[in-house]
Design a protein around this ligand. Structure first.
Ligand code: GLU
Length: 465
């Protein structure tokens, strides 16, 4: 079988990480099986759909590297196709017009509720052999309903939830087209899944209730239902449904906060799927390992600390050249000219082991790209003890003749510390202050290498004069 999966988002608002997980799994399943992955935009809800939301989805997927084989396919561009199938279904007796008005429906519902029945359409306009239908009211445009099978049940073997059985008695005749002829959501999904030869529908479990209806329509049209895998929800760190209101961040927000796409992908992969106890893995490993059997059955919970930890792992293990390229835009946004100063790749290499995000790297890089501090005499007096001046003086001299390497600078420090019988912080802190007007920097010998000998000596000399 040639595997074909799809991600079918409705671009109706905020797209959070949990939403994108519904793209990641079908993508991984398609890639694992050398199949196809399709993006379908379910935009028939004109009032709630927006181009902005479509852009966020497409950009987010591209950023994570979820490449498409087909699409984006917009449902709004397939309206003629849906209308065509509605017509075929009317012609072949699979569907029928229903003239029951909104008021009549409401009345029916009230009666059913009053007698403790489940509200459902009563089949008034459903044609049956030997049945006389009510006279067609004048000037009323009907809805079109699907003739749901009567009796029996719909059974499917959900790849996540196991066997599910829903009695047909629970399902009334679904409206597939509105009075103005526009097709309804559940109907479009079926036509698309059939036309696109989708073999595996991997989606959120908020769609479990739609599945028996979709299967019935599909079977009536002569199709065979795909495999369904309904994913449990993603809860936020407080255990609530994820939403913008309670602080969920969009993919764009994570991008702006300095997360790496591979870290997000790794994180999302583990949000409802596992492979033994593997926590950090490459995209290739993920694709190799991905299967539907290992999808979790209970809701996954978003854990921001774990995501930050993973981001740190990815940053630490990144190739410095690539990491520098990814960090540059952040540095530029902070006003740094990364061309005017030390080699940016070297700066990033120095900072990456301690950073959780690209923003943190860029923050750290300020040391090397902001102008040299212009220390006043008072500042020097306050921050550099008079007693350490002789040692500092010797240090500047020794540095100016040392090899410009970490090892050589470390040796210089060692020698001065021994000579003056002082400890490292007593010397390193004043050096840091003299260089940057701060005492927070990475290891001082490495900092000297990256800053460059001439610049370091120039800054230190200003203090020791
Ligand atoms: N458009 C639906 C949603 O965004 C998904 C439909 C489906 O995957 O079948 O929830």
């Amino acid at each position: 079988m040639h595997i074909r999966t799809r991600f079918a988002p409705s671009p109706t608002g905020f797209i959070h990480l949990g939403n994108l997980r519904s793209a990641l799994y079908p993508w991984a399943f398609a890639r694992h099986n050398k199949g196809d992955f399709i993006l379908r935009i379910e935009d028939t809800d004109l009032e709630r759909s927006s181009q902005e939301a479509v852009d966020v989805i497409i950009e987010g997927m591209a950023w994570l590297g979820l490449d498409l084989d087909e699409g984006p396919i917009y449902q709004m561009q397939r309206i003629d196709r849906y209308r065509e199938v509605v017509k075929q279904m009317l012609d072949s007796g699979l569907a029928y017009p229903c003239y029951m008005s909104e008021e009549e429906l409401n009345k029916l519902r009230d009666q059913q509720m009053a007698s403790k029945e489940k509200p459902r359409y009563n089949g008034l306009w459903r044609p049956e052999p030997g049945k006389t239908l009510p006279p067609v009211p004048e000037g009323v445009s009907p809805v079109i309903r699907f003739k749901n099978p009567i009796g029996g049940s719909v059974i499917w073997n959900d790849a996540v939830k196991g066997q599910i059985e829903i009695s047909n008695d629970e399902l009334d005749d679904l409206v597939i087209a509105r009075p103005d002829g526009t097709p309804t959501y559940n109907f479009c999904v079926v036509i698309d899944d059939m036309d696109m030869n989708i073999t595996h529908v991997i989606r959120g479990d908020d769609h479990v209730n739609n599945t028996p209806r979709q299967i019935n329509i599909m079977r009536a049209l002569g199709g065979s239902p795909p495999v369904y895998a309904h994913l449990p929800t993603v809860l936020n760190d407080a255990g609530e449904k994820m939403s913008k209101r309670n602080g969920a961040m969009s993919v764009r927000d994570y991008q702006r906060a300095g997360y790496l796409p591979d870290a997000i992908l790794n994180y999302l992969a583990r949000l409802g799927w596992s492979h033994g106890d593997a926590e950090v893995f490459t995209k290739e490993q993920f694709v190799n390992w991905f299967d539907l059997e290992s999808l979790g059955r209970s809701p996954a919970q978003h854990n921001p600390e774990k995501l930050l930890w993973l981001n740190h792992q990815y940053i630490q293990n990144s190739d410095p050249v690539k990491l520098a390229a990814a960090t540059k835009p952040f540095a530029h946004e902070m006003g740094m000219d990364t061309e005017a100063g030390p080699d940016f790749v070297q700066v990033v290499s120095l900072l990456k082991d301690r950073a959780n995000t690209l923003i943190e790297i860029a923050e750290g890089a300020k040391l090397f790209y902001l102008p040299a501090p212009n220390l006043t005499a008072d500042q020097i007096k306050e921050n550099i003890a008079e007693a350490v001046m002789p040692a500092l003086k010797d240090l500047v001299e020794a540095i100016s003749t040392a090899e410009p390497t970490k090892e050589a600078y470390a040796a210089v420090f060692k020698q001065i510390l021994a000579k003056y019988q002082i400890k490292m912080p007593a010397l390193a802190m004043p050096v840091r202050y003299a260089l940057f007007a701060t005492t927070q920097t990475p290891a001082i010998d490495s900092v000297l290498v990256v800053l460059g000998k001439d610049e370091a000596v120039k800054r230190l000399s200003k203090v020791v004069q």
